[in-house]
Design a protein around this ligand. Sequence first.
Ligand code: ADP
Length: 689
Amino acid sequence: MRDCHPVLPFTPFSAWIPSRSSVTDNVSSEPITRCCRGKSRGLSWTGRLGQWPRSIIGRCLLTALLATSTLPLAAAVTGGANETRRVVILNSTDPYLPAFLAIDDAQRKAIQANSKEPVEFFAETLDMHRFPRKLLDRDVVALLHKKYRDLKVDVVVTTARIALDFALLHRAEIWPGAVTVFQSVPVNLMQNRNLDPRTIGVPIRLELEQTLDLALRLRPATRRIAVVAGADDTCCGSTKRARQAIERFSDRADIQRIIGLTLAETLAAVRALPDDAVVLYLTMFRDGAGEPHVPREVLKQIAEASPVPVFGLFETYLGHGIAAGSIARYAAQGRRTGELAARVLNGENPATLGVQAPVESQCIADWRQLRRWKIDPGRLPPGCELRFKPVGVWERHHWQILGVLAVVLVQSALIIMLTFSKRRLRRVQIRLIDENAQRTRAEALATRLRSRLTRFARERSLGTMATSISHEINQPLIAIQNYAQAARRRVQTGRDDTPKLIELLAKIEQQAERAGAITERVRSVVNRNAPELRPALLCPLFEEVLGILEQESQNRRCRISCDAPDALPHVLADALQVQLVLVNLLHNAMHAVCSGTDYDRNIAVAARAIGDQEVLVSVSDRGPGIDPARAEDIFEPWYSESGSAQDGGMGVGLAIARAIVDAHGGRIWFEPNPAGGSIFWFTLRTAPP
Ligand code: ADP
């Protein structure tokens, strides 16, 4: 049966293939080729067996064993580890028809996913709808034989009935040893077929009755069923069983067969259908004039021409004109076929797998067609899949919408929170501004009060100083008086003693200046507010104050001692204000020691440097002292001990002293004198060198 062409050079295994002369028949050449390949890899069962039978007889025996056995051994022999499996997909017609593309894709994926070994696919088509088998069969067989004679094919997957018939007839010749796995063959066509154990598959059930039932359910007023098919309709309508199935509806409606006409005649017949009809469209690969067609393209024209809904059996018709049908999904067919083929490739015995149950069909409807024919989708049976229903924005994007809503909600919450906190912030700001304004007002008031106090203190201090001032100012006045009398006497005696007169007048002028300086000092004490900090030595300051208070201390019989080392650094001070502080402290001390007869009337003023930053001054007395609990109170303005011994005390002296010392950047405080009485301390900053 096989021709005697030499081994084709393109095969990668050609080097291992024995020449035609070394084999006696075509069948026996297959295992030898396989043995050689196996040997080259040194792994497979076939390789080891191939080394063993050297004689032609041995080869024949092995061939017979491998070709006929359905025992697991056969699977083991063909199923060597890491050996690429070969699958030929043989299609009856155009493999690019939408249905076959869907099936092919699913079955290849299933084979690859389930096969333990790598798989090489070969695709062949008989294209028998366009090229009659009778004319080409022999040539196709010869061609395929030539193509595959040096390749071991494990599985031939046939698509549709023609391919299955072809494979059954020519498999042994073209693909010896291969298992045939069929699909897309109606289950009724497989009945009463005596299949060999190496032919297995997944048939489909074309649910003519269920589809017609569905049509009548959706269109209860139907009085005519028009069955439309091409001249070559071998799949569906022309079989005896199909005819019987359709006939079963003859008591519910008239059956009109529009089968085997030309496409134009078919369309005209469909166009002429009455309103109470439905169309059952099967297939049309070739019309009555022998013209080839793509069934789905024909369906589009029929659906356009038809005044009534069209029903169909195939998934690829959905979306192209049929309203509904009981349909077996192509993906399911392809997947189940692929899984079955993979089991064979993995070494399972095909005889135990056999012909599988057909793929279940399911009611599927086209929502747009139902709308077109005003069919209520509620009439569909439960579980019927409704396709092409426009999905609402909510259904399509509900996750995105929910996400956006969530974001908007979160943002709104944040905005509300921010608004609230902004308002609160604003309220706080207003309160702060208010408080600030109040504080500013209070500070201004305090400043005014302090200024008044200072002025008051100065005036009060002036009272204290008045005695010494009048004493001081008296001296130049008396001197002026004396000089003026002397000058008058000289002028009265008529003595021309001009130089002496000039001298006397100069002295008068000098004394007048001195008096002016005294009054100027009094004026500056009264009027000046802000301290003018200048480097100053404390000793002369102290001495001046002691001079001012000399008269008072004498009156009170107090003795004021001063202890300030010559090496004291300069301090930054407004001399007059510091003197004011000292006058206040000494004045208080004198009052304190005079408040009783038993007090020691020695008052001590001392100063010493603390580091190189500060000078510490103290005024201590041995008077009654102050309760330490009131150590801070006494610095408050208007604080004056009731029943205080201080005459006319108003309780502002220490407050002013603190204000002045603060303005100098120093501190002032009170401590009890360990020897009894009080010690007042204050610091002044040293002047930079
Ligand atoms: P004033 O002398 O006008 O009353 P001060 O502010 O100078 O006001 O003094 C406040 C109070 O502190 C005085 O009334 C007095 O009771 C008390 N005080 C101040 N210095 C002494 C001191 N050296 N010894 C005892 N008490 C003193």
